[in-house]
Design a protein. Sequence first.
Length: 384
Amino acid sequence: MLLKTFGWSFGVTAAGLALAALLWGWQGFAVVAILSVLEISLSFDNAVVNAGVLKKLNAFWQRIFLTIGILIAVFGMRLVFPVVIVAISAKIGPIEAVDLALADPDKYQQLVTDAHPAIAAFGGMFLLMIFLDFIFEEREYKWLAWLERPLAKLGKVDMLSVCIALIVLLVSAMTFAVEAHQHGGAHVDKSATVLLSGVAGLITYLLVGGLSSHFENKLEEEDEREHEAEEKARQEGKDPSLAGLAGKAAFFMFLYLEVLDASFSFDGVIGAFAITNHIFWMALGLGIGAMYVRSLTVYLVRQGTLDDYVYLEHGAHYAIGALATILLITIKYEINEVVTGLIGVALIAASFWSSVRRNQRISQSHDSGGEKDETSDEEVGSKA
């Protein structure tokens, strides 16, 4: 079952890493590997959410999601989107951006380096909003309880995350952007560019979130209709399973899944710019990661859930927060991409280990016949 579900992912991983090593040596191999792990880590909660929706679809729509959906995910968001970001930031056409990356890497690197403050501000704001909305939300499980409890209380203030993000943007524009790093080691004032790009990143986050909420509401409406149809079938003595979702409902589910996947893809793609500006390394690494996200989704639908690792989502969002901070710092200072990637991987690994330790303590408590209420379970989790 494992090989059947992850076989294509394993194959793409081997081919992608081999290609990276062959064309760009060990540095390319290392960066592509880190990007793959980063994409899988940041998209873990995406797989869980996808599985919860995908299991409601019939076999036909599941195949559509896993075929057409993977094309959109890999070639659309992970390949085309980074090129579009570079093209807009460098003020060149997408085809010209790809041609430059292939034919004149030095010129391409110069354009990307000069456009980096805009990319960093846009991505930094988008990722920062994801992180802030997460830590300001009240959650059942708390990884770093000493920090997450007071922040959850502060999160009751309306629009707090937007206010903090705007303050961070203003500070970044007045500090890092005043002497932004440019090609050749020069420093220029990019305050206006950083402010404009940062606001664009914030608006993009709010639009993507609003679109996701719209389709989620549509999905809930269709679910209500489905339950009503099932109840009516029972009252009439018919088989409730025959009163499943109509084509329109399934189509709304598919659209909702694609919007969700696109919104989750933003953090991976934009976080990748904190690690490298090389669009082909990004395409390989993020493409490999996207394959595993799809495989994880299928695995969750067919086998169960990975919800036992309750702190992984926390670790992924702390990694997003770290990437947002690093992106803003790189407006002025250069940071090695391997170091940047390892910070995110370390946070994910720490959250995974904490989840394992929590599960071991709960298992030992059950084996010893101990009884815990919901409060004590939360305390066990928060100390992990």
